[in-house]
Ligand binder design. Structure first.
Ligand code: C2G
Length: 129
């Protein structure tokens, strides 16, 4: 039984998020997704349009996802990996290298991003409608 974990804001859920979660699930048997809380997003310098509860509920209802937990801090990843016996940590390649320190605890895989779509692009389009 291989457990995979990934982290993200998943604001304005789109095909890029879905493809990442589908690919992450294919790497194992169980996929855990840590969704950034609104408070943590402020620390990330990001302001999501959709509140945490709704972003978490959407991700929870994605077929590939088995468990959703809140992401409250940068530091929680090691605890999460130990707590959930995670085998593989996955992130989109825009984060390549940033989480290599986790290789002491589990496999670290960066997956290609889906081109041509992002929450920022969607937000920009919405502003001009
Ligand atoms: N993603 C993707 N393709 C896109 C957009 C996003 O593959 N077109 C991936 C990102 O690489 C990331 C995941 O989808 O792995 C979630 O993206 P965001 O919600 O933008 O995540 P981010 O705000 O970068 O938060 O501790 C890690 C952070 O919480 C990551």
């Amino acid at each position: 039984m291989k457990t995979v974990i990934t982290y993200g804001t998943f604001d304005l859920f789109h095909i890029g998020h879905l493809r990442l979660l589908q690919r992450a699930k294919k790497l194992g048997d169980k996929l855990i997704v840590a969704v950034s809380t609104d408070e943590f997003n402020l620390k990330k310098g990001k302001k999501a349009i959709i509140p945490y509860e709704q972003r978490a509920e959407i991700v929870k209802n994605i077929k590939s996802v088995d468990l959703v937990i809140p992401e409250n801090s940068w530091e929680q990843k090691v605890e999460d990996i130990k707590k959930y016996n995670v085998d593989i940590f996955v992130m989109g390649e825009d984060w390549k290298g940033r989480f290599d320190y986790l290789k002491d605890y589990c496999e670290v895989i960066y997956l290609p991003r889906t081109q041509g779509i992002s929450s920022t692009e969607i937000r920009n389009i919405l502003q001009y409608m």
